[in-house]
Design a protein around this ligand. Structure first.
Ligand SMILES: *Cc1c(COP(=O)(O)O)cnc(C)c1O
Length: 421
């Protein structure tokens, strides 16, 4: 469910007309709904009620500080995967003891920043990383709390580029080696082993892989406890999928996901963390764009938009589907036409949808991409020297630009000429 609905024939974000925002900030832009962000966060929070838990929003999905503060004020922690994300979370007011640090390539500098600024735990992904973390902690005279990310070798049954829990993926340590790695970690004086971490992929639309992975984590918890380790915290990752196609059967709900967690690890008495990103932000955001031209090809019509693959790369990168709707509600009886929906970038990959049935559109019409809140703005680039597009946050009847569109001058002046030119 989201808060983007037609009202009197026009699309609204909560109580704000999308056309009004477009008049004010120009197109293209991203718009997010506070109510949807909070609703999704609370679904997860409620799903784990009765367990000691923290929902750590995976901020790589959408990392604007206004989004982080909205969720942080509601009680969310953050899952960060880089120094930039760590510093951004801190800048948004998230306390260090609610930030977990994931990622397979943490550098000594990143580790130092987090240990100095305060951190809930590091999710360690390899033995070389463990050695560096230990060394930095000893150098700073602190003890780093860690979980170790295990790779449970389960098939997440999702797009290959976002599956992370099979043995051939680069993430975590093989679960079969866990006992040895934990034994080694226990000898390192700069570390305190507190738990286990797992994350098997993104956009999962079936609970079975979660159930398989969490069952393995539960077994590992018992084994490690028998080996003498104090396992008090389980970080169960993110990955629950969202319905990108409106009419399709919906993926499992957070409540069902919570039931799997309780069933598989609930008896262990551990504090549980989860790291949802996509499900919190995905359907809380739209990409709003304008039709530049409608062009007739030999056997098809092209809808050419002012948004492009540099603004939203998911269709080009993951063959992702986004529902695409007009901002002015079409009359019920109108006959759809079929369009190839494309951006202006000089690549055939800059195609958002092929042979998509849409109500007829004309130049200057506003178009909305649904489900664009996660892995949208954060993956944008300035390819073709197109400035990063603005982000807008709506809260009931108010809206605010939370990242403005840079001027061409600002974008161009970031280059510096060497002395010899
Ligand atoms: C990407 C990622 C997440 C979030 O995944 P979603 O599918 O957006 O919920 C959580 N944890 C880790 C370690 C990740 O890499």
């Amino acid at each position: 469910m989201d808060h983007f609905l037609y009202r009197d024939g026009a699309l609204y974000a909560e109580d704000v007309s999308i056309s009004e925002i477009a008049d004010s900030v120009g197109t293209p832009f991203y718009v997010y709904s506070t109510a949807t962000l909070l609703r999704h966060f609370r679904l997860f929070d409620d799903a784990l009620e009765g367990m000691d838990h923290l929902v750590c929003y995976a901020m790589k999905a959408a990392s604007n500080q206004a989004i982080l503060k909205t969720l942080g004020d509601a009680g969310a922690g953050m899952d960060v995967v880089s120094q930039g994300e760590y510093l951004r979370a801190k800048a948004a007011g998230i306390p260090g003891n609610r930030i977990v640090f994931s990622g397979i390539g943490k550098t000594a500098e990143e580790i130092r920043t987090a240990l100095t600024g305060g951190i809930r735990q590091f999710n360690v992904e390899s033995e070389p990383e463990m050695a560096v973390l230990n060394a930095v902690a000893l150098e700073l005279g602190v003890i780093a709390p860690i979980t170790i990310r295990v790779n449970p070798d389960v098939d997440a049954r999702t797009h290959a580029k976002i599956a992370t829990g099979k043995s051939e993926n680069k993430f975590g340590i093989p679960i079969s080696r866990a006992r040895a790695v934990y034994a080694h970690a226990a000898t390192l004086k700069g570390l305190k082993v507190i738990g286990i971490d797992v994350h098997i992929g993104s956009q999962l639309t079936d609970l079975t892989p979660f159930e398989q992975a969490y069952t393995k984590v539960a077994e590992l918890t018992e084994t490690l406890r028998n080996d003498g380790h104090e396992i008090t915290r389980l970080d169960l990752g993110g990955g629950l999928g969202i319905p990108y196609v409106h009419s399709n059967q919906a993926p499992p709900l957070p409540a069902d996901y919570g039931a799997v967690i309780k069933r598989t690890v609930g008896h262990l008495g551990c504090e549980v963390e989860i790291e949802p990103g996509r499900l919190i932000a995905g359907n809380a955001g739209l990409l709003i764009t304008k039709v530049i031209y409608v062009k007739s090809g030999e056997d098809r019509e092209f809808m050419i938009l002012d948004a492009a693959m540099n603004d939203l790369i998911r269709p080009a990168m993951y063959d992702a589907h986004h529902d695409i709707i007009p901002v002015i509600e079409p009359a019920a009886a109108i006959l759809p036409r079929t369009y190839d929906i494309v951006g202006p970038v000089c690549e055939t990959g800059d195609t958002f949808a092929r042979e998509r049935a849409m109500p007829p559109v004309a130049a200057d019409d506003l178009i909305a991409f649904r489900g664009a809140g996660a892995y949208g703005a954060v993956m944008a680039s300035e390819y073709n020297s197109r400035p990063l597009i603005p982000e807008v946050l709506v809260n009931e009847d108010q809206f605010a630009v939370i990242r403005r569109r840079p001027t061409y001058e600002e974008m161009i002046n970031r280059d510096t000429m060497p002395a010899w030119l």
